[in-house]
Design a protein around this ligand. Structure first.
Ligand code: CP
Length: 315
């Protein structure tokens, strides 16, 4: 692949290749000397048009640990604020010869569009309600390490599915790897074209969590709800917030996941989130750095190979 725009175009073998490479980087990241040179000589630009803690920090660390020159564009201070379009901004940066462009944007499809206009490798760091591929890959690595496999698991994705790019990328990835995925949440927070995914849908948490191996909770994405959220947060927590009583319906060794940022007392009880025997939320963050190192390493190899081929064709 030239870019990482979504999980949709990836073959299961490509997903496994990223996870295997990321596993190696987990070991590197745990050492005192965390540096390798897979991106030495390359320039990485991070363009985040939406807020981020985990994704931006981990892409920056990943690039630096692999030896890239990393620049974080301060989008709030950029000429976007003076009316410059996304495409003109991208073409301007492209003229400075970056090798890797990491982009988060509030509009679905914006990152794909941008990738068509530039010469470098583009990584989607989350676009609107569409995809968040590195989140799904880091979730997959977390599950694989916790459960010892990434197939034939019962996985419940719970909460605001309709507005979640994390849910969409995970649905695609976990389906490709032959897991049984179910969606759990209120009817108003299910996507309109839910049938296309061929998954079971539950509107009751206790039924939906019955005998699952993995419970993946999602944040209420209020910033994507045009008219606001209808039920109160208190009511939502009562029916759909993960607490000990609801979790008791999952398997005894079920793991609890959340991509963050987390709203304690809205979609998850703080004590469940902090329970090191069940929650793998901190592991997800750790895997985020390793997966982004692996994704950029693999794309950089493809980029270097394509450039070498182009040079050979010219000579
Ligand atoms: N999970 C995730 O994308 O978190 P951030 O918004 O903090 O990057």
């Amino acid at each position: 692949q030239k870019h990482l725009l979504g999980i949709e175009p990836l073959h299961p073998m490509e997903i496994t290749a990223v996870l295997d490479r990321a596993d190696q980087y987990v070991d590197l990241n745990r050492q005192e000397q965390k540096h390798a040179d897979a991106l030495a000589g390359l320039t990485q630009i991070n363009m985040f048009f939406e807020n981020s803690t985990r994704t931006q920090a981990s892409f920056e660390l990943a690039g630096k640990r692999l030896g890239a020159d990393v620049m974080n564009m301060a989008m709030q201070a950029s000429s976007i604020k003076k009316g410059e379009t996304l495409i003109d901004t991208a073409l301007t940066l492209n003229a400075m010869h970056p090798d890797l462009l990491v982009v988060r944007h509030p509009h679905s499809g914006a990152v794909d569009l941008l990738a068509q206009k530039v010469n470098c490798a583009v990584l989607n760091a989350g676009d609107g309600k569409h995809e968040h591929p590195t989140q799904a890959l880091l979730d997959a690595l977390t599950i694989r390490r916790a459960k010892g496999r990434l197939h034939r698991l019962n996985i419940a994705i719970c909460g605001d599915i309709a507005h979640s790019r994390v849910a969409r990328s995970n649905l695609i990835l976990l389906g490709k790897m032959e897991n049984r995925v179910r969606l759990v949440g209120p009817p108003t927070l299910m996507p309109s074209q839910i049938d296309q995914f061929g998954v079971e849908v539950y509107h009751d948490m206790e039924e939906g969590l019955k005998d699952v191996d993995v419970v993946m909770m999602l944040r209420l994405q209020k910033e994507r709800m045009d008219g606001g959220f209808i039920p109160s947060e208190r009511e939502y927590y009562h029916r759909y917030g993960l607490d000990a009583a609801k979790l008791a319906h999952a398997k005894d060794d079920a793991i609890v996941m959340h991509p963050g940022p987390m709203n304690r007392g809205v979609e998850i009880d703080g004590t469940i989130a902090d329970d090191i025997n069940r929650s793998v939320i901190q592991e997800q963050v750790e895997m985020g750095v390793a997966v982004r190192m692996a994704a950029m390493d693999l794309l950089a190899r493809n980029l270097r190979a394509a450039r070498a081929e182009a040079r050979a064709a010219q000579s």
